[in-house]
Write a protein that binds this ligand. Structure first.
Ligand code: DQQ
Length: 485
């Protein structure tokens, strides 16, 4: 892979859980995607990275680029903490824009004083992103607005309007809830605070719990709406990513709906989007591990990014995420079944299809069945399996990890979320298995991303079942996926 990793720090070669077609660093720690930019025909990906170990520590910005969105080349670390500087304890998350003179410009959060001081910093590149140079005037925003009891002041999303640059910084208001703070600038360097663009009310925003602080805001138009994607931080409960959809005018955002972005909860966290040269709004999230820290340390790596997904706005303010079509380039060996009654497929048809690096596409008509289930990473006797199921009665799509692993230390919580099929609409599943990563896309509008750690080397099987009635598999395609390295 990358010869720059010192021998003692290479990830364990016999770790069966390290993905082969999801992006991750050569070794050690990754968390949020940062500074995503499509520049001179190449996709550039920066990410929160600790090059010294597989744990969150003194965070740098790792860097990679790709021409096809799928295969990545690792590049030298782009940002490192400067001793004595505003980022001396870490270069935390941020974004990229191209300034009015055409210069790629990055805003990020510098941290110091035990991470308590969080300040906006800026860096630019004059060599086509080979290196980033920190602005000598950092920090460009020294802290939260005077008088505000802010809980955190970090992570950035920046955009241009007719009268200047605008920026949101993630925050929370003590005793109230998460917040995003709106700033304006003529030149990306001098910033004037305007007002909170949105504040969560007592941790609850309509039907959804939104915690006490909002990390990694991303604010952009999608279809004819505006959306604020944000990641919920709270010291009491689990984290996840959510989004508001509404309208934006006169520097005010009026949200109408709020939803969870991915039903995998904390396993799809701190995502960031990129508007590419084709006008597509792409998104990547951090796939948080679900095995204990000692296992991550032994493996020598932690964290991967999701596959690139394309965002679309559906009616009623539902954001759809679908895997980027470029991923088809990774498809290798192929199996197809068509027009089979589900019971038959469940018993016999899938015996030859096995693997832990697969793409599976299934179109299933539920007919009289009330529930259908696709089991993956299944041991021959079912001792381990991960079940993806759809319940027509409740309209719930679920991923059940109760038996994903015989290792009692791995996470086994179940994920579920709403997917209402229209009358006659078949269930359309697209599932990506990549060792410990599982990404489930359903009908272009529901997603469950998670992590699984089967222990048995024969936990590779698939099984489809229809429960309480017949269902038909109109089509089932399974591809072996190739490594991106
Ligand atoms: N990760 C970064 C922060 C951000 C958090 C630190 C979200 O900037 O708020 O590594 O995962």
């Amino acid at each position: 892979m990358d010869g720059t990793v010192p021998a003692g720090q290479r990830p364990s070669a016999d770790d069966p859980h390290r993905p082969v077609y999801h992006f991750l660093p050569p070794a050690n720690w990754l968390n949020d995607p940062n500074g995503l930019i499509h520049w001179q025909g190449k996709y550039h990906l920066f990410y929160q990275h600790n090059p010294s170990g597989p744990v969150h520590g003194r965070i740098h910005w790792g860097h990679a680029c790709s021409e096809d969105l799928i295969h990545w080349t690792h590049l030298p670390v782009a940002l490192a903490p400067t001793p004595g500087g505003p980022d001396e304890e870490g270069c935390w998350s941020g974004c990229a824009v191209v300034d009015d003179a055409g210069v790629p410009t990055f805003l990020y959060t510098g941290v110091r004083d035990g991470y308590r001081r969080q300040q906006a910093c800026l860096a630019t590149s004059s060599d086509d992103l080979l290196s980033l140079t920190k602005h000598p005037g950092n920090p460009i925003i020294p802290g939260p607005p005077a008088g505000m009891e802010a809980l955190g002041f970090r992570d950035h999303t920046v955009w241009r309007e007719d009268d200047g640059w605008y920026q949101l910084i993630g925050s929370g208001i003590q005793g109230v809830g998460g917040a995003v703070l709106l700033y304006r600038s003529p030149d990306l360097r001098q910033w004037e605070y305007l007002h909170p663009l949105l504040v969560g009310e007592h941790g609850q925003s309509g039907p959804l719990w939104t915690g006490s602080m909002w990390e990694c805001p991303d604010f952009f138009p999608l279809g004819d709406q505006h959306t604020l994607v944000f990641s919920i931080w709270d010291d009491q409960q689990l984290h996840y990513t959510a989004y508001f959809v509404g309208s934006y005018a006169e520097h005010r955002f009026t949200p109408r709906t709020v939803r969870m972005l991915d039903f995998g909860g904390r396993h799809f966290y701190a995502p960031q989007t990129l508007l590419d040269g084709q006008g597509r709004r792409l998104i990547w999230g951090w796939l948080v591990e679900g095995r204990p820290v000692h296992a991550q340390v032994a493996a020598g790596w932690s964290g991967a990014l999701s596959l690139p997904r394309v965002l679309t706005m559906h009616p009623a303010g539902v954001i759809g995420m679908t895997p980027a079509p470029e991923l088809a380039a990774l498809r290798g060996g192929y199996v197809q079944l068509a027009d089979q009654e589900l019971a038959a497929v469940g018993l016999g048809g899938l015996h030859d299809v096995r693997g832990d690096t697969l793409e599976i596409q299934a179109t299933i008509e539920l007919d009289a069945a009330t529930q259908v289930a696709l089991s993956v990473r299944r041991a021959p006797g079912g001792e381990e399996e991960t079940r993806i199921s759809y319940d027509a009665g409740s309209g719930q799509l679920a991923l059940d990890r109760a038996r994903s692993s015989l290792d009692p230390e791995t996470e086994r919580t179940r994920h579920e979320g709403e997917l209402r099929l229209a009358p006659g609409e078949p269930l359309q599943l697209q599932v990506f298995l990549d060792r410990s990563v599982i990404e489930v896309f359903a009908n272009g509008r529901a997603c469950i991303t998670s992590r699984i750690y089967p222990t048995r080397s024969d936990s590779l099987g698939l099984e489809l079942t229809g429960i309480a009635g017949r269902a038909y598999v109109r089509r089932l395609d399974v591809w072996e996926m190739r490594s991106i390295w």
